[in-house]
Design a binder for this molecule. Structure first.
Ligand SMILES: Nc1ncnc2c1ncn2[C@@H]1O[C@H](COP(=O)(O)OP(=O)(O)O)[C@@H](O)[C@H]1O
Ligand SMILES: [Mg+2]
Length: 358
C-alpha cells in the first residue's frame, strides 16, 4: 500500500465513528436518510419556521427566494436544508463547493449555465477564492457578472446577465466570511446542536427507513451518545445495528447498544478514544494544565489540527476543557469523568470560568 493511503486508513480508524464530517461511501447512505421536506426535519424549530416563511412568501410572489446562508458545525443538517429549499421551490439544485471554485472563471461557468429560479448550493463557502468571491457579490446583488477575457492591458470585461437565482451557502465558520458576502444573504440560519430527545426522534426515523427494529431504551442510548449531531446518531445506529445482527437477533435493545458502543469505544457521554486520551494526558501527565495545544497533540500522538478541530470543541462544549491565555486546562468535570479526585486548582478554575461566563 502507498504510504499516503496508509495514513488515510489509520486516521479513519481513529476518528471515523464520532467524526461529524461524512466520509467515503457514507454519503450514499446519508442521502437515503435525509429529510426531503421541511415537515420531515426534526428539531431546529426556529430555523424551520423562519425558512418556511421565506419560501412560502417567495412562492406566492412567484419569485426566487432571497439568498440563504446556513451556518453551523458539521453534521447538523446544512446540506439537507439546501436540498429541501430546492425541493420546496420545485427547482433543480446545483451543487458545488468553495474549494472547487479556485478561479472566478469556474464560478462564471456555473452561473452562466443557470436557469431562472435555480438554487445554487455552495458548500464550505468560506473556502472560495477571493476573485470568485468578488464575482459572487455582484451576481448575488445584480444578477450580473463581468467575465474578463484576455490578460494585461488588452483584457476586456464582458458583462453577462444571469437569470434570478437563489444562492444557498453553507459554512462551518461564519466568522470567516467577509462582511460584504455575509451582508448579501437575505436570510441567515444558524443551526444549533440537537437535544437528546430530538436525536431520539431522528434515530427512530432512521431505524424505520433502514428497517431496523429498536426499543425505546436502545434508541435513547444511541441518541445520548451522539454529541448533539444527527450525522453521528445515524452512524452509531448503523454500527449498533451491525452488532445486533451479528451477535444477537437484530433488535437494538439497551443491552445491545451498551455492548456495541463499548466495543466501538464511545462512552456514555459520546466521548471517543481521542477525547478521552486528551483528557487523560491533560490530567494525569500535566496535572490538569495549562498546556499548549501542540504539546497535547504530541502527547496523544495526533495532528494538532485533529485535536484542535475535532476533540477540543466537543470537550469545551461539554465543560471538560477550558481555553485560557496560558493554555488548555482540565475542569473539575474532566477529573470526575476520568474517575479521579478533583484537585483544588481545578475546582478554583471552574469557579473562575463560571464568573467569566456570567
Ligand atoms: N433535522 C434533521 N432531521 C433529521 N435528520 C437530519 C437532520 N439534520 C441532519 N440530519 C441527518 O444527518 C445527516 C447529516 O446532515 P447534513 O445535512 O449532511 O449535515 P451538514 O451538511 O450540516 O454537515 C443527514 O444524513 C441527515 O439525514
Ligand atoms: Mg454538508
Amino acid at each position: 500500500m502507498h504510504e499516503d493511503e496508509l495514513d488515510v486508513v489509520e486516521e479513519q480508524h481513529l476518528r471515523s465513528l464520532t467524526a461529524a464530517e461524512a466520509e467515503g461511501d457514507e454519503r450514499a447512505i446519508e442521502a437515503a436518510l435525509r429529510p426531503k421536506s421541511l415537515d420531515e426535519v426534526v428539531g431546529q424549530h426556529r430555523v424551520r419556521e423562519q425558512l418556511g416563511l421565506v419560501l412560502e412568501a417567495a412562492r406566492r410572489r412567484e419569485r426566487a427566494p432571497d439568498h440563504v446562508l446556513l451556518s453551523g458545525p458539521p453534521g447538523l443538517g446544512k446540506t439537507t436544508l439546501a436540498m429541501i429549499i430546492a425541493h420546496e421551490m420545485s427547482t433543480p439544485l446545483r451543487l458545488t463547493s468553495g474549494p472547487a471554485i479556485t478561479h472566478a472563471g469556474d464560478l462564471a461557468a456555473i452561473l452562466s449555465g443557470m436557469n431562472d429560479g435555480d438554487v445554487l448550493f455552495v458548500d464550505e463557502i468560506h473556502r472560495m477564492s477571493r476573485p470568485a468571491e468578488e464575482m459572487l457579490y455582484m451576481a448575488m446583488e445584480d444578477f450580473r457578472v463581468d467575465v474578463v477575457i484576455g490578460k494585461g492591458p488588452g483584457a476586456t470585461a464582458i458583462p453577462l446577465e444571469i437569470p434570478p437565482f437563489t444562492l444557498v451557502g453553507a459554512t462551518t465558520r461564519a466568522g470567516l466570511l467577509p462582511g460584504p458576502l455575509r451582508d448579501r444573504f437575505g436570510f441567515t440560519a444558524h443551526l444549533e446542536y440537537y437535544e437528546a430527545s430530538e436525536l431520539d426522534l431522528i434515530v427512530h426515523r432512521s431505524a424505520g427507513l433502514l428497517g431496523v427494529e429498536l426499543t425505546e431504551e436502545g434508541s435513547a442510548e444511541i441518541a445520548s451518545r451522539s454529541r448533539g449531531t444527527p450525522r453521528i446518531a445515524n452512524r452509531l445506529l448503523r454500527r449498533v445495528r451491525d452488532y445486533a445482527q451479528v451477535r444477537a437477533d437484530g433488535v437494538v435493545t439497551l443491552d445491545i447498544a451498551h455492548a456495541a458502543l463499548a466495543l466501538y469505544e464511545v462512552d456514555e457521554l459520546g466521548l471517543d478514544r481521542l477525547d478521552r486520551a486528551v483528557l487523560d494526558v491533560l490530567c494525569r501527565r500535566f496535572g490538569g494544565g495549562p498546556v499548549g495545544i501542540s504539546t497535547l497533540a504530541v502527547a496523544v500522538g495526533e495532528e494538532r489540527e485533529t485535536v484542535e478541530e475535532v476533540a477540543e470543541p466537543f470537550l469545551v462544549r461539554n465543560g471538560f476543557l477550558a481555553r485560557t491565555p496560558r493554555g488548555r486546562v482540565a475542569t473539575a468535570g474532566a477529573w470526575r469523568h476520568l474517575g479521579l479526585a478533583v484537585p483544588t486548582s481545578a475546582a478554583m478554575l471552574d469557579a473562575e470560568v463560571a464568573l467569566f461566563e456570567d
